[in-house]
Design a protein around this ligand. Structure first.
Ligand SMILES: Cc1cc2nc3c(=O)[nH]c(=O)nc-3n(C[C@H](O)[C@H](O)[C@H](O)COP(=O)(O)O)c2cc1C
Length: 197
């Protein structure tokens, strides 16, 4: 039976983890990127549909291109971070259902291909996978700087041309400079955010 993980691990994932705005130049190596993917891929998605797609941007040219398509305030963050991942979702994800859900692959392919269902499923589950990425990165000792302040259509053209993949958000990864975090903002209380029914 599973037990709660130690308090120090909960701190690292949630209570102490912060969003940095500047980055040390310590690189994130291939092994760590693969370890990150090999954790996040296990996070649950609707019928295992796994619609998220990832572009790991770390070449000088890739960083410059991505930064040029971001809001002014986000540009230096992308340039300073050793790695920024673009989290996209693939509108062709229904075609992977026979592989990802063999028991009912063709049925799920047809179901998820319906207009409306396809968009909602891709965005919902692609966003979940982006959240799994953040928590997996923190679990591996990396800091995360998620950002939605960029031109999605332009990023799609620059990084996903010729596909039906759309960008959702981007996330700087690496080791943040502790002094670069903004003051911690409050969160809603349990009662403000929800109720029992
Ligand atoms: C989906 C998403 C989009 C965000 N977009 C931006 C952004 O464009 N620029 C930015 O500086 N921070 C952005 N942030 C960072 C948040 O403001 C930050 O993570 C949040 O305030 C929590 O900060 P904390 O972890 O230090 O408590 C984004 C975060 C998320 C999850």
């Amino acid at each position: 039976m599973a037990h709660p993980i130690p308090a120090a691990a909960l701190d690292q994932l949630f209570r102490v983890a912060r969003t940095p705005n500047d980055w040390a130049d310590t690189p994130v190596d291939d092994e760590t990127v693969h370890a990150l993917f090999d954790l996040l891929k296990w996070g649950p998605t609707s019928a295992n549909s796994s619609p998220a797609r990832f572009v790991w941007v770390r070449s000088p040219d890739g960083k410059s291109r991505l930064a040029s398509l971001a809001m002014e305030a986000n540009r230096p963050k992308i340039m300073a971070a050793p790695l920024t991942v673009i989290i996209g979702y693939d509108m062709d994800f229904p075609n992977t259902m026979p592989k990802l859900f063999p028991a009912r692959g063709e049925m799920m392919r047809q179901y998820f291909s319906q207009p409306g269902v396809a968009e909602a499923t891709a965005m919902r589950n692609g966003s979940l996978q982006g959240a799994y990425l953040i928590l997996a990165a923190r679990a591996l000792g990396l800091d995360c700087g998620p950002m939605s302040g960029f031109d999605n259509a332009a990023v799609d053209l620059a990084f996903f041309a010729g596909t039906r993949i759309h960008s959702n958000f981007i996330c700087c990864l690496g080791h943040g400079k502790p002094e670069s975090v903004f003051p911690r903002n409050p969160r809603l209380s349990f009662e403000e955010a929800g109720r029992f029914a």
